[in-house]
Design a protein around this ligand. Sequence first.
Ligand code: GDP
Length: 422
Amino acid sequence: MSASTEKIRNIGIIAHIDAGKTTTSERILFYTGSSHRMGNVDEGTTITDFDEEEAKRGITIYSAAISCQWKDYSINIIDTPGHVDFTAEVERSLRVLDGAVVVFSAMEGVEAQSETVWRQADKYNVPRICFINKMDRIGASFERTFQEIEKRLIAKPVAMQIPIGEGSTSADDSFQGIIDLIKMQALYYDADSKGSQFEAKEIPESYLERAQEWRGKLLESVAELDDEILEQYYETEEIAEADILRLLRIAALKGDLQPTFCGSALNYIGVQPVLDAVGNYLPSPLDRPPVEGINPQPKKRGGKAGESESRGPSVDEPMCGLVFKIQADKHGDLCFMRVYSGQLKSGSRLLNARTGKKELISQLWRVHADSREKVETDCIDAGDIAGVIGPKEAVTGDTLCDIRHPILLESISFPETVISMA
Ligand code: GDP
């Protein structure tokens, strides 16, 4: 599986504990065919929670990356720990990803932990889409949660959908589906098909007014993005679908607003629109600014130690990448690497910018939920993520780079203990 860089999405799914991050991730892996068996968090059989301690405690502690395919997008899901004690690790994973799906519970709404993670994502300028989950639970409220996102997070969510029914108090008003506010269609999910089939119908009479009200808010948010469209909106009270999508995409990529979806991951409802939204509203590696670092090469060797360096997301730039997770494996340690620039090739040697030593890249692997495959081309391009076997001394946080073009990423100041070139 390889995709052009503009079709790659490196995303995280972030949430406070219990909001449904694991369930949402499972459904995504199921729909994208990355996992062929369905996990269940309540039975401790989920795939992302593969660490035993983690499964026992029911929280996601360690980062890992899983690659999957949705339509023509190649999505790498970087697992971000949800527990507030592990903020350093959360920050590291936020650095590696380009965009995030933030899962909220429609029951609990925005909690302290959601605020912490939201602020961290702000710090790293990570564009976001929101998924308001657990619409089926008693006490769930889309509107309350939406307003909390606005007020407590001081964010700019834009509702792309509203729920049909909320909570599960009676059969009549229980959560059954969603209204797509762009197409103005009701989508009912077929439970037997696990939501892979759904029926588009007319919006029920009793929801028409509410749907129009929310669509009005959506159009106002879009109109504010562009003077010409604003003028046209004042006149006609309408905006063409293509303009809505174009302007929303630009604003979402800039982080100016957050397209917001709703559903129930447990009942599969709403997960497919979120997957579409990952392609539509979250950035590709090409949309992200160059990474910054410093030159770690000592002056006495003719280097330019301490000078700032940057690398853009292009295969023509010198190779650099960040090791963001190491997992022990029976074939050797698997280093998960985000390649920021150049090409990562098996058989090559790279500089570890922290140790100053060379590391061998023996094999490249792409990791899926329940399988992994060797990268056939033996090459990973800028913007992509892979598991690497070979490096002996690399640890989490290390930069591996072109020997002739050294760069040390993620370091705030030039470390004193550096660094003799091997
Ligand atoms: P995480 O801690 O954010 O990873 O949350 P989990 O995915 O483990 O979900 C926490 C609990 O909520 C589990 O018991 C799930 O089965 C349940 N859950 C998750 N999503 C939903 C949902 O949409 N509706 C309902 N009723 N329960 C859900």
